[in-house]
Design a protein around this ligand. Structure first.
Ligand code: SF4
Ligand code: SF4
Length: 190
C-alpha cells in the first residue's frame, strides 16, 4: 500500500507496503478501480471476515470487509507489477485506492503527519519536502469515503435483513457499483 515506488519518498524501496499489508478498501475505491480498469470487482476484491462493522451476506451472518486480492503466491497486492529485480510498480497507479495514495500519512487534528511504525522504515519521509496540501486533500477525500462506506454497510445490511435471503458476493459488488447517496437515503427511509 503506497504512494508507490513512483514518488521520491519511495525511491529505492521495493514496495514493501504493497507486499506486506492486506489492503482494506472502500466502496469508493471499488468504483474507481472498476471504472478505471474495466475489471469486475470479483477480479480484484476479496471479502474477509471481520469482528467489526462490515457487509453481511445473510441475516445474522458474519460481517465482511473489502480487501484487494493478493497475487497467487501471496507475495503482494494483485496489482503490483515486478519490473526489475527487486523493483516494482503499481499497475493501477492512477486509480489506486486512497489508502494507497495517502500512505503513510494521516490527518491528526487537521494536520498531516507521518504514521508511526509503518513498514517504510524510520526517516523515509520528510514532511518539509512533501506536497502537504495534496496529502491533506486526499486524506480528506479518504475520510469522506470512509463515512460513505459506513452508510453503504448500513444500507446493504438493512436490505439483507429485509430480504431474509442469502446474497452472493456478486450481488454485493453490483450494489456497490450502483450505489448513490440518493439510493442510500431512500433505503434509510424505507
Ligand atoms: S493498488 Fe497499487 S499502490 Fe495499492 S497496494 Fe496495490 S500495487 Fe500497491
Ligand atoms: S513501504 Fe513506504 S517507502 Fe516503500 S514503497 Fe511503500 S510507501 Fe514507499
Amino acid at each position: 500500500m503506497t504512494s508507490g515506488p513512483n514518488v521520491a519518498g519511495c525511491a529505492g524501496c521495493a514496495a514493501r507496503c504493497c507486499r506486506k499489508y492486506q489492503v482494506g478498501i472502500t466502496p469508493r475505491d471499488v468504483r474507481v478501480l472498476a471504472e478505471g480498469t474495466a475489471m469486475h470487482p470479483s477480479d480484484f476484491v476479496r471479502l474477509l471476515d471481520t469482528d467489526k462493522d462490515g457487509f453481511r451476506l445473510r441475516p445474522g451472518g458474519p460481517a465482511k470487509k473489502l480487501y484487494l486480492q493478493r497475487s497467487a503466491d501471496d507475495s503482494g497486492c494483485v496489482f503490483l507489477m515486478e519490473i526489475a529485480s527487486g523493483e516494482a510498480r503499481c499497475g493501477v497507479y492512477a486509480h489506486r485506492p486512497l489508502v494507497c495514495s495517502t500512505f503513510p500519512m494521516s490527518l491528526q487534528g487537521g494536520v498531516v503527519t507521518v504514521r508511526e511504525n509503518v513498514v517504510c522504515g524510520p526517516d523515509s519521509w520528510n514532511l518539509f519536502a512533501m506536497d502537504l496540501p495534496n496529502s491533506r486533500r486526499e486524506l480528506t477525500l479518504d475520510n469522506a469515503a470512509r463515512a460513505e462506506h459506513r452508510e453503504i454497510i448500513q444500507a446493504w445490511n438493512k436490505r439483507i435483513d429485509a430480504s431474509g435471503r442469502e446474497a452472493t458476493p456478486y450481488d454485493l459488488y453490483d450494489f456497490l457499483l450502483r450505489y448513490t447517496p440518493e439510493a442510500a437515503a431512500q433505503a434509510q427511509e424505507d
